[in-house]
Design a binder for this molecule. Sequence first.
Ligand code: NAD
Length: 331
Amino acid sequence: MRMLITGGAGFIGSHYVRTLLSGGYPGYEDAEVTVFDKLTYAGNLANLAPVADDPRFTFVRGDICQAADLDAALPGHDVVVHFAAESHVDRSISGASGFVLTNVLGTQQLLEAAVRHRVERVVHVSTDEVYGSIDEGSWTEDHVLEPNSPYSASKAGSDLLARAYAQTYGLNVSITRCSNNYGPYHFPEKVIPLFVTNLLDGEKVPLYGEGANVRDWLFVDDHCRGIQLVLEKGGPAEIYNIGGGRELSNRELTEMLLEATGRDWTYVDHIVDPRGGGHDLRYSVDYSKTAALGYTPRMSFEEGLALTVQWYRDNRSWWEPLKASAGTALG
Ligand code: NAD
């Protein structure tokens, strides 16, 4: 089997690729893997260094917006897992065009190429942010889409295109909508790696308002197992929520990160939320449909956070060069 992984040099995609090539997904030990990635600021070949010498691994630098790049890379692949995207909400607020281009047009080009080259199976990685914000309860997959940021609107566009390519062209594509990921190799502009690396360096961290926003945290390895399960057992045009089952306000999260790094609240600056505060106060997914396929998150947040903080302590050579280009706001 040949698999093409778009965005495989990013945070989640590279975790999926490293796990796949280390035999982490039973039945896929012989899979040949092509990472197709534009290497934007978020793409990093260092994320793939552990598998770079694997004979089953190939890297192709390419842009999902370019049909010619896709036509050169895609033929002969049986499976596509589509991670490539512009992924940082705050960057989408200061400049939305690149998000629409990559996430909407790029995904449409990829889906079109998958039809053209008769790819047997596609998984499109979407986000729970397409649902908007929920005060109480949790979203099921049939909940109305009410995205609030240019990022989430562009992801909603790509998510709906994936469904349309299943319905219109018979493409065997499933869609996953996951909650906030965390773990090693996370670019230090997103809240957990930004806070951890700032605090390790004795620098302050920027908390939006009082930190009332609630997020459901999902360890990246649990997310990737969920994607693999959907790849193997999901149906065409079907949507699957993937959650971690652990909701925390940003204030609670900050408290845990201060404790893990031996700092206190004097290291926290309260700043104004560029998203307008009230938007996306809480995210919460109901993942019972994916659980019915066999999904359950394995990593407790305490254990996952401790592992993640330790990884950042041990891997300064990975994140220090990236810090210069990192933003200062929450993901
Ligand atoms: P990331 O920003 O770390 O990685 C994105 C990757 O896509 C990078 O390697 C980048 O170089 C590549 N890329 C960007 N534009 C491209 C293009 N035009 N052509 C080819 N490659 C391109 O993102 P991530 O956090 O790993 O997220 C992966 C996917 O999961 C995204 O689709 C994102 O929307 C989704 N998601 C992420 C989270 C999260 O918490 N990180 C939550 C929900 C959903």
